[in-house]
Design a protein around this ligand. Structure first.
Ligand SMILES: [Zn+2]
Length: 232
């Protein structure tokens, strides 16, 4: 009844989900959802001394591997796929206590992964915060007249993770004068000039930038010179 030639060699102890109605050769129960082959006969799990095992369907590879590791006795459940002409793994039979221990190990792993993610996120946030502080300090060094709160806003905006903004670029991370100035210019453009309104009214970007350039220069000069004389 079982085309043995098509059995994969490495499955170990096998049980079969029969395609036809089968009864146990020993206790005559049936039809059997699962059977074990031996000595030319098919037996139910109880008669084959596997009745105490529980079925774990395929799908969770880590849980399956660990359940088999934890289980003194285990068997692979296969079913013959007629169309493909081969047996396919449906799951495993393992000891219930082994399955429970394996589930515990998988849960512990998931919890460990979750904690690591939280730690990583905290570390990244701390790095971002340090970087934003350094960025803000550099803004204030180059532009002493820039209000402190504004410098913090610019730095935070420029260094937002995943933003691809100047603060996240290599130059920004190195806090070059060019990168810091670029972030300040971008902020001034949007907040201290009619740049956004010009864009909204359909003025092309380059033309809008040309029109507001003198105003940007004035604001920047004022902020840069504030440290030398009048407060900004
Ligand atoms: Zn039986």
């Amino acid at each position: 009844m079982v085309p043995r030639a098509s059995l994969p060699p490495s499955f170990g102890l096998l049980t079969f989900q029969p395609l036809k109605r089968r009864h146990c050769a020993e206790c005559r129960r049936g039809p059997l959802p699962l059977l074990v082959l031996g000595d030319g006969a098919s037996r139910c799990l109880d008669c084959a001394d596997l009745g105490h095992l529980v079925f774990l369907p395929r799908g969770d590879t880590a849980l399956t591997r660990r359940s088999r590791e934890e289980s003194g006795l285990s068997a692979v459940v296969v079913r013959f796929n007629r169309r493909k002409g081969r047996y396919e793994r449906q799951g495993v039979l393992v000891e219930e206590a082994a399955l429970a221990r394996a589930e515990q190990r998988c849960l512990a792993d998931a919890e460990a992964r979750r904690r690591r993610r939280v730690r990583d996120a905290r570390r990244r946030a701390a790095q971002d915060e340090l970087f934003a502080q350094a960025f803000a300090a550099e803004i204030r060094r180059l532009f002493p007249g820039c209000p402190a709160a504004r410098a913090r806003d610019i730095a935070a905006h420029a260094s937002e993770r995943g933003s691809g903004r100047v603060g996240r670029s290599a130059a920004g991370r190195a806090l070059t004068e060019g990168a810091v100035t670029a972030a300040v210019v971008a902020s001034v453009r949007h907040l201290d000039t009619p740049y956004d309104r010009l864009l909204m009214s359909g003025v092309p970007r380059h033309e809008a930038r040309r029109r507001i350039a003198p105003l940007v220069r004035t604001v920047l000069r004022g902020w840069a010179e504030a440290g030398l004389g009048s407060a900004g």
